[in-house]
Design a binder for this molecule. Sequence first.
Ligand SMILES: N[C@@H](CCC(=O)N[C@@H](CS)C(=O)NCC(=O)O)C(=O)O
Length: 215
Amino acid sequence: MLKLYTNYRSVSTHRVRIALNHKGVPYEPVYVDSDAGEHLKMEYLWLNPQGLVPALVVDQNLIITQSFAILEYLDERYPERPLLPEDVRQRAKIRSFAQVAVADMNPLNIVRVFRYMRDQMQVPFDARRKWFEHWAHKGFAAMEWMLAQEPEQDFAFGMSPTLADVCLVPQVHNGLATGLDLSDYTNLRRVYRSCLSLSAFQAAAPETQSDTLKS
Ligand SMILES: N[C@@H](CCC(=O)N[C@@H](CS)C(=O)NCC(=O)O)C(=O)O
């Protein structure tokens, strides 16, 4: 069975849980407590030398890191309920949209960035919060604009979820959980609501994970 190294707070891992649930692929979660520094221990660095979650262990010869690489692997390996459509132009749009979250929003606003600012640069809390809000809104505003160009449908790019929705939902969840005002992003909120009506998204939510319930 697939093993997913995960933790409830990780936006990147949230994406992977959604995709696994959507595909109906069973997996064993292995919880990595980043507050306790487990992600930086040698035992975990063998799996992901970046010291970041997620890591997906497929078998002893294949460990996949980087959530987007994992998402694409899952979509190719389990083609039922595809997360990318046939149409090559639509695929390009979906990837562009998803990468706003994956490549540009999330990396600027993760724990190691804030720890570095706090511990190595002595950046005070208010300035760190300003940084967080600035880069989050830059990304959300671009995504909102991209969706505004599309016909209004249940999901970001059509009538079923794609990688766009898989990458949007964890980012919006994180924004809401950290007190960002997302009221201006009407299209993003509409798509978020549609996604949350699906069990694949509900079962992937941070608040339903076993490591959340323990802490
Ligand atoms: N580009 C990587 C990013 C992974 C990443 O940033 N993981 C975060 C959680 S979302 C992490 O492990 N953070 C630990 C830290 O910042 O110390 C991916 O998409 O998998």
